[in-house]
Write a protein that binds this ligand. Structure first.
Ligand SMILES: Cc1cc2nc3c(=O)[nH]c(=O)nc-3n(C[C@H](O)[C@H](O)[C@H](O)COP(=O)(O)OP(=O)(O)OC[C@H]3O[C@@H](n4cnc5c(N)ncnc54)[C@H](O)[C@@H]3O)c2cc1C
Length: 404
């Protein structure tokens, strides 16, 4: 059987591109396909998209030789403060406080802007000799047989591969075509996303206020700027998005308080309706799913991309170990090792973020007192606090080699 490529990856977003680089590094030939052109995915200005990358994710970027270029634009997260809040009133005094000095590994994570991360990935993918990068073309059909997988493109071209990886996001066509069903629901919440510039330095502190309609995260970016992920009910979000910038900032300032001094918008405003969507299986014959194609979770803990990066490190390890042992790396037996490794972890995080969102996104005084008591108690127990920090930094569980 003649193959055009060892592995065809459908979806060249952050996870698809990173998957391609990890596989090329492991010696596989890769065809990476994305329906958008590389340029249309980029924005040279800040476009609202930024990611809190956990320590484990930063290690993957280091292993793939990306971190050195990104580091000068990445903002270390030195402390995290979490408080129960109420719109138009100060956050509860019972806040959780996590400080990076409590662990040895350094900052708990870094904030990286999409405008720095995405073009770098595209550039590396473009220049990798093992990767055939195809942009502006879409998957239109897929067939899987005992011996190979074929990916049909909307250009009528057919790519024959041993294995297909679906990195095509929450509405994954690859999953659908392989008959993989999804579980999930809408949250009735929308995240309003923007960047702010402000008078007072953030000191590398990330804040999360739990408000009745949803959490408000204020995440430090390089310079006197912060990224805002402000979750509201769908109805509130429509009203707020309809406001002009001045009104929008006035509402936001009330919620944030004055610890950043005077705030101003540093770019456009965006909104993302939120849902949970988990594939019931992460693998099928000659197919594996990674990133949002496998699991799209609530952004409450900023872990969506981190989960995807852990999939990538785990899948590339499983595939390259299998090949080194002389196994057929595209066999279902091998792919099931990946599913076993990742499915429990991602489902546990999806359930945890869902539960925290339900527990905190309400105005019940009973639940509020319970939450405040819980936060006060955790704050007084250093061992428990440290285990929260290690979890958020992605340092717990069975870490793939690329993240060690
Ligand atoms: C408000 C908000 C804040 C967030 N904050 C964080 C954070 O702080 N930290 C963090 O870790 N995560 C965060 N996330 C999650 C993170 O943004 C996502 O998990 C991540 O971007 C998903 O990347 P992906 O490559 O899996 O999918 P996508 O970005 O959806 O990429 C899928 C790609 O597949 C392509 N595609 C789709 N269909 C086809 C087809 N048929 N043929 C060819 N190509 C196709 C698309 O063009 C696209 O490029 C946040 C999410 C939201 C909504």
């Amino acid at each position: 059987m003649d193959y055009d490529t060892d592995i065809a990856i459908v979806g060249g977003g952050l996870n698809g591109a990173m998957m391609g680089l990890a596989l090329a590094e492991a010696g596989f030939t890769v065809t990476l396909i994305d329906s958008q052109t590389a340029k249309s995915q980029q924005s040279p200005q800040f476009d609202g998209r930024s990611y809190s990358l956990a320590i484990a994710s930063v290690r993957l970027l280091q292993a793939l030789g990306l971190w050195e270029t990104l580091a000068p634009n990445a903002q270390p997260i030195l402390e995290i403060k979490v408080a129960d809040g109420r719109a138009y009133s100060n956050p509860s005094p019972y806040f959780l406080h996590f400080d990076h000095h409590e662990i040895e590994e350094g900052p708990m994570g870094h904030m990286v802007e999409d405008r720095h991360l995405r073009p770098l990935l595209q550039q590396r993918v473009q220049s990798a000799s093992q990767i055939n990068y195809r942009t502006g073309v879409s998957l239109s059909d897929m067939t899987i047989t005992d011996t190979h997988a074929q990916v049909m493109l909307d250009t009528q071209e057919i790519i024959t591969a041993r294995l297909v990886i679906g990195a095509d996001g929450r509405q994954s066509q690859t999953a659908e075509r392989a008959g993989i069903k999804r579980t999930g629901w809408r949250y009735g919440q929308t995240s309003l996303v923007c960047a702010l510039s402000h008078d007072t330095p953030h000191q590398g502190i990330a804040c999360q206020y739990f408000m009745p309609p949803g959490p408000l995260a204020i995440l430090p970016l390089k310079g006197n700027r912060s990224s805002i992920v402000w979750t509201e009910s769908d109805a509130n979000a429509v009203t707020i998005m309809a406001m002009d910038d001045k009104e929008y900032l006035a509402v936001l300032q009330h919620r944030i308080g004055d610890y950043l001094g005077k705030i101003e918008l540093a770019g456009a405003r965006y909104s993302y309706p939120l849902d949970l969507t988990i594939a019931q299986n992460y693998v099928a014959a000659r197919l594996a799913l990674v990133g949002d194609a496998a699991h799209g979770v609530h952004p409450i803990a900023g872990q969506g991309l981190n989960l995807g990066l852990r999939d990538i490190a785990a899948l590339s390890e499983v595939l390259s170990d299998a090949r080194q042992r002389g196994e057929d790396f595209s066999s279902l037996a091998v792919l099931l090792r990946y599913q076993e490794w990742r499915r429990f972890d991602t489902t546990a995080l999806a359930v945890a973020t869902d539960t925290v969102n339900r527990l905190f996104s309400n105005d019940s005084s009973f639940l509020r007192s319970l939450r405040d008591l819980g936060m006060g108690a955790i704050n007084r127990l250093p061992a428990l606090r440290r285990s929260f920090i290690r979890e958020a930094a992605g340092l717990t569980g069975d870490l793939p080699r690329l993240m060690q």
